[in-house]
Design a protein. Structure first.
Lengths: 322, 327
């Protein structure tokens, strides 16, 4: 895991994305604590560099398939914060008209084919997206995000195999955040690196520091480039950490406060910002403004969401069939 | 122009015409290429359409179900063959949690125009893991459509309709029907999803049947006609959506109804049809209690006599019709 200097100009943009993700999720956490959220949620605080770096390496026509911990992917792909917040609160103006909630946000216009409540559920679907791209002969790429827990599902292995034999333009991005709920990676699999499993499918595998947005973006860009050039899929493991519990039921008995704090000292946002300031790409004043802008954007989104109407129960059956 | 085709040939013709008419249509499945499919349905298609559109796959049912969903979400119209309906259990997560739900979960904005073709049913000595009829499982899921053609002409028209439909359709073929023949129009046409069909008109007893049971019901109807009992046979054709208007109109007329399917009787499609009759004003027109026939409370056994006894046969339908006609 090497450290890579952030690409000039892009670095500020990635910092802005990560700030927005964190502001959104901290607000989500706060709203939950206030009892304003009907369902559960899965926060990716700490993992922002993966979403920002990978989506930063994509073009406007590319696809992503996200996970239950998908707020970051969606925002990094360019979703409207207001419509996301509205969906989080179950409003009719949300991306899914209040039918999906946090776990199912999709933004088809930005190529986001949706978060997914099933671990590894998006991976077989990614093979179909990849096949569709090759049959339609476009130069698109599909990114399939998944967690370390998903790497032990049969769906992961079936999808890797299909992508391999058909050389599909897919980047499998594993966000290894160390725990599948409470199950540590070290106890859940017999390999040290999830990317080692790529060898079983004759696919390039790479592991990067998922707390370093520039390192993630460089590795993702290489994988995207291979996919676009018709050279097939890549398995990219991003080693990261979720600061918050798995979901709202998590009492975090499987790790210590020291564990969490050790990872927080490598915080992707603080590191990125410090580096940009040190390199002169950003002044400390501008960095502070960016942080405030992210909070303001989320506040504005919340105002939109709270002012939005609830879905009418008379529309319950709309959207089941096309 | 129509001519006689087998059920398998009618399905193959529908696949050819769908691929000729729409470049987004393609086939994928295990051994559908050079092998021609486990039951020969896709025989010869590889030669015409090539390996990209007649795509042989590894044995990977869950992956393939997801593959069809992903392709459908992004502009294609995949037709997936699952070699035996029993193996659809391996596709359950993708079909039920993903394919059936993405449109609704996303607020009604995605389309999943895919078809999953699969041979179902017993009668081939394939025993418990290659003989089931699991259509009720899928009919229980809002977001899916389920059809089960009983004749070559319906197989072609329903398959063309299923491929054009913008929703995931489970297309249930019956192994014993593949070699049965019937008149099939040459040109492409659709049989609408959700439309039952009166396969024989009658006045005294309605038999509501699906798939292979339609032919058995027609044979039973022919035999009791000699006794002066006039049987109307309603072929449901689609399980979801269910055309209860046709069923209710028939039962309102006859006042007697036998419902028959091969799938296990308990909690089967017949229970739903019976309940809907009982919930309607047609209840007041019934001259006798509803009779349901279906698979017995056991896995499909291997032995010929046991296998035959596990699902309704012509004589079972005959006995039920005679019983209800005398009531």
């Amino acid at each position: 895991m090497k450290t890579v200097p952030p690409p000039t100009g892009r670095g500020v943009s990635r910092l802005r994305t990560m700030r927005l993700i964190r502001a959104f999720e901290e607000k989500a956490d706060e709203l939950f604590a206030l009892g304003k959220v009907h369902g559960t949620m899965h926060l990716s605080i700490g993992q922002e560099a993966v979403a920002a770096g990978v989506c930063g390496a994509l073009g406007p026509d590319d696809y992503i398939l996200s996970t239950h911990r998908g707020h970051g992917h969606c925002l990094a792909r360019g979703a409207d914060v207001g419509r996301m917040m509205a969906e989080f609160l179950g409003k009719d103006t949300g991306y899914c008209r209040g039918r999906g909630g946090s776990m199912h946000i999709a933004d088809l216009e930005s190529g986001n084919l949706g978060a997914n409540g099933i671990v590894a559920g998006g991976l077989p679907i990614a093979t179909g997206v990849g096949l569709s791209i090759t049959m339609r002969k476009t130069a698109q790429v599909c990114v399939a995000f998944f967690g370390d827990g998903a790497a032990n599902e049969g769906a992961f292995h079936e999808a890797m195999n299909l992508a391999s034999i058909w050389r599909l333009p897919i980047v499998f991005v594993c966000e290894n955040n160390q725990y599948a709920m409470s199950m540590p990676v070290s106890a859940a699999m017999g390999v040290d690196r999830i990317s080692a499993r790529a060898a079983a499918y004759n696919v390039p595998g790479d592991t990067v520091d998922g707390m370093d947005v520039a390192a993630v973006e460089e590795a993702a860009a290489a994988a995207v480039g291979r996919a676009r050039a018709g050279e097939g899929p890549t398995l990219l493991e991003c080693v990261t950490y979720r600061y918050k519990g798995h979901s709202k039921s998590d009492r975090q008995r499987y790790r210590t406060r020291d564990d969490v704090e050790a990872w927080q000292r490598r915080d992707p946002i603080a590191r990125c910002e410090a580096r940009l300031v040190a390199e002169g790409a950003l002044t400390p004043e501008r960095a502070a403004e960016m942080a405030a802008e992210a909070l303001a954007a989320v506040d504005e989104a919340l105002r939109f969401a709270e002012a939005s109407p609830e879905p009418d129960p008379a529309t319950l059956l709309e959207g089941v069939y096309a | 122009m129509s001519r006689s085709l087998s059920y398998a040939e009618a399905i193959r013709e529908a696949l050819r015409q769908a691929m000729d008419l729409d470049p987004a249509v393609f086939l994928l499945g295990e051994d559908i290429g050079v092998y021609g499919g486990a039951f020969g349905v896709t025989d010869g298609l590889l030669t015409t359409y090539g390996p990209a559109r007649v795509r042989d796959t590894p044995i990977s049912e869950a992956g393939l179900a997801g593959c069809a969903i992903g392709a459908a979400l992004t502009g294609m119209r995949p037709v997936l063959e699952i070699q035996f309906m029993d193996f659809i259990t391996l596709c359950m997560e993708q079909l039920v949690l993903q394919g059936a739900k993405v449109r609704y979960m996303f607020g009604g904005r995605a389309r999943v125009p895919m078809v999953l073709r699969t041979p179902a049913g017993s009668g081939t000595g394939a025993a418990a893991q290659h003989s089931q009829s699991l259509e009720a499982w899928f009919a229980h899921v809002p977001g899916l459509k389920v059809v089960a053609p009983a004749t070559p002409a319906d197989a072609k028209g329903l398959l063309l309709a299923s491929i054009r439909d913008d929703n995931p359709v489970i297309f249930v073929e019956h192994k014993l029907l593949y070699r049965t023949t019937g008149e099939v129009p040459e040109e492409p046409y659709v049989v609408p999803l959700g439309a039952a069909d009166v396969k024989r008109a009658g006045a005294d007893v309605t038999v509501v049947a699906t798939s292979v049971m339609v032919a058995r019901a027609l044979e039973a109807a022919e035999q009791v006609a000699a006794d002066g009992v006039s049987v109307e046979v309603v072929d449901l054709r689609s399980i979801r959506p269910l055309d209860m208007d046709t069923v209710l109109a028939s039962v309102r007329k006859t006042g007697r109804v036998v419902i028959v399917h091969e799938a296990v009787r308990t909690l089967g499609i017949g229970a739903e049809v019976a309940a809907r009759i009982a919930e309607s004003d047609v209840l007041y027109h019934l001259h006798a209690p509803i009779i349901r026939l279906g698979g017995q409370e056991c896995p499909i056994p291997y032995n010929r006599a046991l296998e035959r006894a596990a699902v309704p046969q012509v004589e079972d339908i005959l006995a039920a019709v005679r019983q209800i006609a005398a009531a």
